[in-house]
Design a protein around this ligand. Structure first.
Ligand code: SF4
Length: 394
């Protein structure tokens, strides 16, 4: 039996609005926004980025999850995995009785017509969608419109015979879902993570020597990928949450390699590009750059899940200009002396001592990823305020 799919909510927006506000809203943050995104208390000044926190896609996904719980109180409601990459939000959903198919003991093949499955903001692969449909589950699709826009471009590339070269993380759900869209239209894909990988692929394009294609990249490509055949026509796309400057640089690298190989007149039939960074990601990256340009901050605090791609990229921008602490949660702010954070470019959280100046004025720049609710940012500010009030003022 075909699945029932809800794509535009479940008509319960008003019914869950109070609960969402209670769980994620922050009065302090609302006030700081009204005070030109600046908060002062004693020797502490906090500058908030002008765009931070929940994006439109995450807002909608979380809203739909709450509506789903309300609409189906007697049915088992699942998420295919994390709805967004924020442990606080995922824990709240678990506490509401929503089960995660990625949790130990859950069985995908046991799902049936009585079950309701929520698809996350970054989408699911075609394979997973077909399985859920086949098993007759009721689906609530929260895939963000900006992700759907990437899929549209990737499908078009496939239909026109172009290989989709996706700047993204091959292990990230969104990139896997995007790649599956190319395959669903009979196309190929190749995921490149950074400019080094892009340079290696561009070398193959420029020289026409397929033997130079790095074997390690075959696991980031569609089955049966043949560099000699599948790099003749490429269309560029990206995971929506990548670093904009890096995505644009990679697109330029491919354009110049294709021009060298095929000449300017042939370029259009061998290369296409479409900027698929979402506007929310772009706005947050621009805002943090503006904050650093305009304010003499001593350090940057970036709040968001360690597996959140857009948060990690905000931290990269900050770390290039100021001492930066990417923390998963306000609980990572242990004391005025100690913080637990994940240094940019590493995969491990570490403890650091002496992170906050012990005396004199302290200027902290603050931003948060698109999957971080305001109440966590508010809690971090409250901790900063407490730490600065208990240390010496000059
Ligand atoms: S980060 Fe962008 S693509 Fe992802 S959910 Fe938010 S708005 Fe949508």
């Amino acid at each position: 039996m075909p699945s029932l799919i809800f794509r535009k909510g479940l008509d319960l927006k008003q019914a869950v609005a109070g609960m969402l506000a209670e769980n994620y809203h922050s009065d302090v943050i609302r006030q700081i926004k009204e005070q030109n995104f600046t908060y002062g208390s004693g020797r502490l000044t906090v500058y908030l980025a002008k765009e931070f926190g929940f994006c439109y896609g995450v807002d909608r996904a979380v809203d739909y999850a709450y509506q789903t719980r309300q609409r189906f109180p007697d049915r088992t409601v699942y998420l295919t995995g994390e709805i967004i990459h924020n442990p606080h939000v995922n824990d709240k959903l678990r506490a509401m009785g929503i089960r995660f198919l990625t949790d130990e003991g859950e069985r995908f093949d046991a799902l049936g017509e009585s079950d309701v499955v929520i698809l996350p903001a970054f989408g699911v692969t075609m394979e997973m969608l077909q399985k859920l449909d086949h098993q007759g589950c009721t689906l609530v699709d929260t895939t963000c419109g900006s992700v759907l826009n990437v899929w549209k471009n990737v499908r078009r590339y496939a239909e026109q015979g172009y290989t989709s070269v996706i700047h993204g993380k091959v292990w990230h759900e969104e990139t896997q879902a995007t790649a599956s869209q190319a395959v669903s239209r009979g196309g190929c894909f190749l995921v490149v993570y950074n400019d080094q990988e892009a340079a290696a692929v561009c070398d193959v394009i420029r020289t026409g020597d397929a033997s130079r294609f790095p074997a390690t990249l075959l696991s980031a490509a569609s089955a049966g990928f043949d560099p000699a055949r599948d790099l003749a026509r490429v269309g560029l796309a990206n995971q929506t949450t990548m670093l904009m400057s890096e995505s644009l640089a990679i697109a330029d690298m491919f354009k110049s390699a294709m021009t060298e190989r095929w000449g300017t007149t042939e370029l259009a039939s061998h290369y296409q590009a479409f900027d698929t960074i979402c506007s929310a990601t772009q706005d947050r990256q621009d805002a943090v750059e503006q904050l650093i340009r305009e304010h003499p901050v001593d350090l940057m605090l970036v709040i968001g899940g360690y597996n959140s791609s857009n948060t990690a990229n905000l931290a990269r921008i900050c770390a290039a200009a100021r001492p930066t602490y990417h923390v998963a949660d306000p609980d990572c702010l242990i004391s005025a002396d100690e913080i637990r954070h994940r240094p940019v470019g590493t995969k491990t959280e570490i403890a650091r001592l002496g992170w906050l100046p012990k005396s004199g004025p302290v200027h902290v720049g603050l931003t948060s990823g698109a999957s971080t609710p305001d109440n966590l940012v508010g809690a971090a500010i409250a901790k900063l305020e407490a730490f600065c009030s208990t240390t010496t003022t000059i």
